[in-house]
Design a protein. Structure first.
Length: 206
């Protein structure tokens, strides 16, 4: 008979058991023969199938692999961008919960990228493709139509306009470089993201 425990609250990185005892299920991962929680939630042990899983306290909205989304760059690390996923590019409807997504440096553009700060800036609105939707959202900006679609000047916060292969500020003339989408300027937040007109906005939005 299957026995399940749903009451144990766990945090990401909590040890759930040994891989020789339980097969890692949804919301978990295996490392060095041990199974850990990948998210905050309630641990569930199925003794019949010998699996352990974690049901999220706040379920992360499922994004399909291959789906194209708009996201805002929140942080730039040495090897990845940390973004807030805002909406589907196809439907222009907001993604519930505004989940966090990441773009690894190897998935930023087709050619080699030495420094992500040379291709993106915090606050940039990007168009990206979903490589993985669960348990974490992984994105790619490789492709001519993917990349930055709207950006502001790092000097005066004015909107940047396309000037050849770079961007130039229409207010102060400051010139900057980005991994520009071929659709740059066609997406003007917030209306394409379904966040205007009194609708709720994600934390940190202007």
């Amino acid at each position: 008979m299957t026995e399940e425990s749903k009451d144990r609250l766990v945090l990401p990185g909590d040890l759930l058991g040994m891989a020789e005892e339980y097969v890692p299920g949804r919301g978990t991962y295996e490392h060095n023969g041990q199974v850990f929680a990948a998210l905050m939630g309630h641990a569930r042990y199925d003794t019949q199938s010998r699996t352990v899983s974690v049901r999220a306290v706040h379920e992360i909205p499922h994004l399909e692999e291959g789906e194209v989304v708009y996201a805002r760059v929140e942080e730039i690390k040495s090897a990845m961008l940390v973004c807030t996923v805002l909406s589907s590019a196809r439907t222009e409807r907001a993604v519930p919960g505004f989940p966090e997504g990441t773009v690894h440096i190897s998935k930023a553009k087709e050619s080699y990228v030495e420094n992500l700060n040379q291709e993106f800036a915090v606050g940039d609105l990007i168009k990206a493709r979903v490589l993985q939707g669960y348990p974490t959202v992984k994105l790619s900006t490789q492709g001519p139509d993917l990349g930055v679609v709207s950006a502001r000047c790092n000097e005066c916060h004015g909107l940047l306009n396309v000037a050849g292969t770079d961007l130039v500020c229409g207010r102060c003339g400051h010139r900057e470089h980005r991994k520009i989408s071929s659709e740059y300027g066609r997406v003007t937040p917030p209306s394409p993201l379904g966040l205007g007109g009194g609708a709720s906005r994600p934390p940190g939005s202007p």
